[in-house]
Design a protein around this ligand. Structure first.
Ligand code: ADP
Ligand code: MG
Length: 728
């Protein structure tokens, strides 16, 4: 990057024109309503008018009860969807899946075929139902040798298909699960579906025991709020670290960051609003129910939240949302950063996974109902979730680990790596009073009778919010707030669903026993509440999760606090902590091992790329910037000497820059040497990176920032935080 280039990039970014897109018009020439085009790019066999009702019913029975879709039924769906996709401009189809890379994968095939030498468009039943990508090219954690690389993708009947638009045509994406030849899950979706099925059975039984005779099915619901940063494309491509690692590896802070707290919910800049409008439009066409958009806390940071939906669909939608986000940003000459911590010193990004369960009658298990006894059912549900959280907190913590999220968790801006739950004062006191057999007195000395529907009102009106808890009860759902912004939400939900399913199964057995011996339903539910809250209250924390006191208090309570990814992942090598997944049938032991290997390896590779990139940028840009400035200072010092002047300021600056360059160079060499020291054991290798090399790289970043602050902007060869955060 030559010296004048950064300033050229600045003028590019400042002078961008705001992009407009053609909004569809109705036949009277007015802009269409969202409801006119919502879901126009999706195909769901359940709602298609071209598929006979009997066929739908039979396929739905497979969804409900398991089994295989009949070939003739798949053929009908394949024919109808091919027609629909072709009419809508699609030339290709693909099996769209979520391998263990954290992203999505797709391999395109044309509908075009030759039948007796004649060109036709066709998708066969078997092409719809099964694909065979080369599994050896996806992370498999050593679970299979390459000669057994066959893996299958199978059609996920529960998630709608959709058309993805390229500049020159469309592709039909068929959501699929990805398993190995031996049936081992190689993806995020398969275990998620298994966990949803387990929770469905357990929660259905629970509701039936609790007297809800009409409950036939319970689904997991999820709404994932997504945070992201936008930077102008010009700066992005000029920062090697953003391109290679998704975050800035160093960069001096600007003078105004988020101290004034004026960005959150602030006025959305025109260029960003234009982007958001097109983003929402594209999401709505894809049937992703985008609902809320706003500025986030940090400059350059924003958020989108959808209306919640069934968990598997929500997980697919979130993946789709992330890819649409990237594509639309690109059209607006911006790049979206989904990394958990793109800029040191200001807030990073997370994903708030709102989570609940609801049954076929629309009953939300985390909502106290109008019927008096529903309060007990609700409280029992909360108690079971608390116990699940307590019992499996290390596993839950593990699911949100990763190189990116390590920068957030415990960094006083995101919920800490200690898993705790926030209930709020009202719920907290109710549990306490049930536990102590006392009467619950909320505010104003008003006694609340749990036999009435006061509770529902109380919780709905209850506005106390806690932003520092990783797992907060927010009125009628829990909000898992520690998930990283780039992560696939399917994995954390899988473990959460499983943990809750396990406790529910145990609770159902207790309930059944109580009911058989003549205990009333309400009393049996009270017993459940008392039983679990005894221990589970250890995970309840209603105070400031960012405070030092909480870290100490959590330690006293014996709650685990795994600060880094290698520490957090270790739980996967402890069979006694993962065996519940095997017992439930959500993961086989080998699949757990696979994930342990993949996640550990990913951590190591990500960090190694970061270190290599850092060293490279230091040599390519940071040190040369310092040298150019020294050269400039040197010529002044010489000039002034010639005319008999001393150069105190210039000489000091010269010396200081030299000193910083030497320090950076020395440490960078040390880092480079360390990267290549071979460590045999993956766990030890990852720990060395987290405990030794990360602190070293942070200290290098600090000196780079000090040097950056010494050098005049026009001598600095890289875009600065000022450019990336404020020039849009
Ligand atoms: P917040 O509570 O964070 O201020 P909202 O009330 O809008 O904001 O909810 C945030 C997210 O929670 C949204 O995506 C919303 O659809 C989702 N949500 C609401 N109810 C449920 C539920 N029962 N299950 C799962 N997600 C839900
Ligand atoms: Mg929220």
């Amino acid at each position: 990057m030559s010296l004048d280039t950064v300033s050229r990039l600045r003028s590019q970014a400042i002078n961008r024109t705001i992009r407009t897109f053609k909004q569809p018009l109705d036949n009277r020439g007015r802009v269409q309503k969202v409801s006119d085009y919502y879901g126009e790019l999706t195909f769901d066999f359940k709602t298609s008018q071209d598929i006979p009702e009997t066929v739908k019913k039979e396929i739905l029975a497979v969804v409900d009860k398991g089994g295989v879709v009949k070939k003739e039924h798949a053929e009908i769906v394949a024919r109808v969807v091919t027609e629909w996709a072709s009419e809508n401009g699609a030339t290709h189809f693909c099996h769209w899946f979520q391998p263990l890379t954290g992203g999505t994968a797709e391999k395109h095939d044309a509908f075009f075929q030759l039948k007796n030498g004649k060109p036709i468009e066709k998708l066969s039943a078997s092409q719809l139902m099964q694909g065979e990508p080369d599994a050896s090219s996806f992370p498999n954690g050593g679970s299979r040798s390459t000669f057994e690389a066959r893996g299958y993708t199978t059609w996920d009947l529960t998630s709608p298909m959709f058309l993805v638009e390229g500049a020159n045509g469309r592709t039909l994406c068929i959501p699929t699960a990805f398993v190995s030849y031996h049936g081992e899950a190689l993806d995020v979706k398969t275990p998620l579906l298994r966990s949803i099925a387990k929770l469905n059975v357990a929660a259905t039984k629970f509701l039936q025991l609790a007297g809800h005779k009409e409950t036939e099915r319970v689904e997991v619901t999820c709404g994932a709020e997504q945070e992201y940063f936008l930077v102008d494309k010009a700066f992005y491509y000029a920062r090697q670290d953003l391109v290679m690692t998704g975050r800035t590896l160093f960069g001096a802070l600007t003078t105004r960051n988020q101290q004034l707290e004026d960005h959150y919910f602030g006025l959305i800049p025109d260029r960003i609003l234009a982007f958001m409008q097109e983003f929402d439009f594209e999401l709505h066409r894809l049937g992703v129910p985008a609902k809320t958009r706003h500025n986030e806390v940090a400059p350059g940071q924003f958020e989108i939240a959808p209306i919640f939906s069934e968990a598997n669909v929500a997980a697919d939608n979130n993946q789709l949302l992330m890819s649409v986000l990237k594509r639309v940003a690109e059209k607006h000459e911006m790049v979206v950063l989904l990394h958990e911590k793109p800029f040191a010193g200001i807030n990073g990004s997370g994903k708030h996974v709102n989570w609940s369960m609801s049954d076929n009658t629309g009953l939300n298990l985390l909502e106290p109902g109008a019927e008096p006894h529903q309060n007990m059912r609700f409280l029992a549900t909360v108690a079971m979730i608390l116990e699940a959280l307590r019992r499996h907190s290390e596993m839950i913590r593990m699911t949100i680990s990763g190189a990116g999220n390590d920068h957030r968790l415990g960094a006083n801006e995101a919920p800490p790596s200690i898993i705790s739950a926030y209930l709020g004062d009202t719920l907290n006191s109710i549990f306490k009073s049930i536990h102590e057999d006392t009467t619950f007195t909320p505010r104003e000395n008003k006694v609340i009778d749990l036999g009435t529907n006061q509770l529902a009102h109380l919780l709905r009106d209850n506005t106390d919010r806690n932003r520092t808890s990783p797992f907060a009860f927010t009125g009628n759902k829990f909000e898992f707030r520690a998930v990283g912004s780039s992560q696939a939400i399917g994995f954390p939900m899988t473990i959460l669903n499983s943990a809750v399913a396990e406790v529910m199964i145990e609770s159902n057995a207790m309930l059944e026993k109580d009911l058989q011996s003549g205990t009333s339903i309400d009393q049996a539910l009270t017993n459940i509440i008392k039983h679990w809250t005894k221990n589970a209250f250890h995970v309840v924390f209603n105070g400031d999760g960012y405070s030092k006191e909480w870290v100490e208090e959590a330690k006293r309570r014996g709650l685990p606090n795994h600060r880094t990814t290698p520490e957090a992942l270790k739980v996967l090598s402890q069979p006694e902590k993962t065996v519940f997944l095997e017992n439930l049938g959500v993961f086989q032991q080998e699949e757990v091992q696979t994930r342990y290997n993949i996640l550990l390896e990913r951590y190591i590779k990500v960090r190694e790329i970061e270190f290599e990139t850092m060293v490279d940028m230091i040599h390519q840009s940071v040190i040369p910037s310092g040298l150019e400035y020294k050269n400039f200072l040197g010529s002044i010092i010489r000039q002034q000497k010639e005319i008999g002047m001393t150069s105190q300021f210039e000489t000091n600056a010269y010396k200081l820059v030299s000193q910083k360059i030497d320090e950076i160079n020395e440490k960078a060499n040390q880092l480079q040497k360390e990267i290549h020291v071979h460590v045999d054991d993956h766990q030890k290798h990852a720990e060395k990176i987290a405990n030794e090399l990360m602190p070293l790289s942070v200290s290098i970043a600090t000196i780079c920032n000090e040097l950056e602050e010494l050098i005049p902007t026009h001598y600095y060869r890289l875009p600065k935080y000022y450019d990336m955060l404020f020039l849009k």
